[in-house]
Write a protein that binds this ligand. Structure first.
Ligand code: GLC
Length: 457
């Protein structure tokens, strides 16, 4: 890896060299991660309770793009709550009206019932705003609930565990769709929760509505996860829905990959983040890849250097000492900073985070830390994609598209290029002709609506 030259002391140079080594994911390492990934995917298809859970979504058909009708979609699980009304107008065309709401932090860790009431209140406000009457005709809703849920049918399931900083009481082991349905009933709203959908499944279906080559839906956002089509005969663990279908979309829950810590190159900075997180030990892959966590890894690395007096003259600030204060969005700003003095980096460190008087070497070091963490995230992400490509034998096809959504994919500099580079190392230079990444903007809204339509017809 060739990184910035640091205009700093020998000790600073050496510290950066050491970190570079620790964060490098060589092609060989990638191969061993992919091998393990494929093993874990098979385990997930064979038995319940595996680490990579491979949860049947009960979504069987592929959309044709000709479907029409008006549906509601709710999206919970990223940074915002989104409520959408989706009109499918045929020809792969859609019209979407939507509103975003911030979920207050106390609701994320309070009682599930209160969270559901908040969702219905927002839905009520949204419907009033767009002039849709929910007291007359029943509205069919696709509920994108982006957490691991073991489904027992398309509209029923049990929450396995919370991820991404949510931790409501009274929810684990219960059915989020039923709880939301009850909340609509209490409010006398005629809304039918027709389907409970993971965001990855929604992303896949939304893209498939327009492009039949879509083989996978991936989220690289606050969290990370993927869904892919799987042949019914390979899902051998039972209770997986209709047996007359040839294939079903499977929610992989790949964020949990390698919770056993067999192959992932976990560093002490990852361990620190994990230990201090709301759910230690779980979702280790997600914690090395997704937007909720990347900035915190960089902060941990930087503080390690501060403690050795190799950064910021040994001084931090109250803000920088605060958990989660170094947002992943700052990493994007810093990586994009090409000014000679790294003045954007200076702005983030000094004006936003209150670190006094950074030197050019401080800013170069910070930028290098961001690069190391961002590049590692992209390469580890590629390992998951490569596992699906191998497992599904996709290189035999002419062209396959992975539909991708999420802030890291959309905004992190060079993320998709770095992923593609890793895929080239694994599969050869021509892989970009066969495997393509395509941004799917409205996955959790449109996708959930398409699924609600399939169910309610
Ligand atoms: C977390 C959730 C998963 C979701 C992903 C992306 O990993 O467990 O269900 O798809 O975040 O939002």
């Amino acid at each position: 890896m060739n990184f910035l030259n640091i205009d700093g002391s020998d000790e600073q140079q050496q510290a950066i060299k050491d970190l570079t080594k620790e964060f490098e994911v060589s092609t060989e390492k990638l191969r061993s991660i992919v091998r393990q990934f494929i093993v874990e995917m098979s385990k997930g298809l064979e038995r319940h309770g595996a680490t990579v859970a491979m949860i049947p979504s009960f979504v069987t058909g592929r959309p044709t793009g000709t479907e029409t009708g008006k549906y509601l979609a709710i999206d919970l699980g990223g940074t915002n709550l989104r409520v959408c009304q989706v009109a499918l107008v045929g020809n792969g065309e859609v019209e979407i009206q939507q509103q975003k709401y911030t979920v207050p932090e106390p609701l994320k860790v309070g009682e599930m019932r209160n969270l559901c009431d908040f969702i219905t209140d927002c839905t009520d406000a949204f419907l009033t705003e767009i002039g849709t009457d929910s007291s007359r005709e029943t509205l069919h809703l696709g509920f994108t609930f982006s957490f691991p849920v073991n489904l027992t049918s398309i509209d029923r399931g049990n929450l396995i565990q919370w991820t991404k900083g949510f931790s409501c009481s009274g929810a684990i082991g219960t059915d989020p769709a039923l709880m939301l349905q009850d909340s609509f009933r209490r409010k006398n709203m005629k809304v039918n929760v027709a389907a409970i959908v993971n965001d990855t499944v929604g992303t896949l279906m939304a893209h498939a509505y327009r492009d039949p080559n879509t083989f996978m839906g991936i989220i690289f956002g606050t969290g990370t996860n993927a869904a892919c089509f799987e042949k019914m005969e390979k899902i051998t663990k039972g209770n997986s829905g209709p047996t007359n279908a040839n294939e079903m979309v499977v929610n992989m829950e790949w964020g949990a990959f390698d919770e056993e810590r067999r192959v992932l190159p976990v560093t002490k900075y990852d361990n620190k983040l994990d230990r201090e997180s709301i759910k230690p030990r779980i979702h280790v892959y997600e914690k090395m890849i997704s937007g909720m966590y990347l900035g915190e890894i960089v902060r941990n690395m930087a503080l390690g250097l501060v403690d050795r007096s190799l950064l910021f003259n040994g001084l931090s600030s109250g803000d920088f000492n605060t958990q989660w204060s170094f947002e992943t969005a700052y990493m994007s700003n810093i990586e994009e900073d090409t000014t000679p003095n790294l003045s954007e980096t200076q702005h983030v460190l000094e004006s936003v985070l209150g670190i006094p008087d950074t030197t050019l070497a401080d800013r170069q070091i910070t930028k290098t830390l961001c690069r190391l963490v961002g590049l590692r995230a992209a390469r580890l992400s590629a390992a998951g994609v490569a596992a699906v490509v191998s497992h599904c034998d996709l290189l035999k096809r002419d062209s396959s598209t992975a539909a991708v959504d999420g802030s890291v994919f959309a905004f992190y500099p060079n993320f998709s290029q770095n992923m593609m580079q890793a895929l080239k190392e694994l599969f050869g230079e021509d892989v970009d002709k066969k495997i393509k990444f395509s941004r799917s903007h409205d996955g959790s809204g449109l996708g959930a609506a398409v699924i609600a339509m399939q169910v309610s017809k």
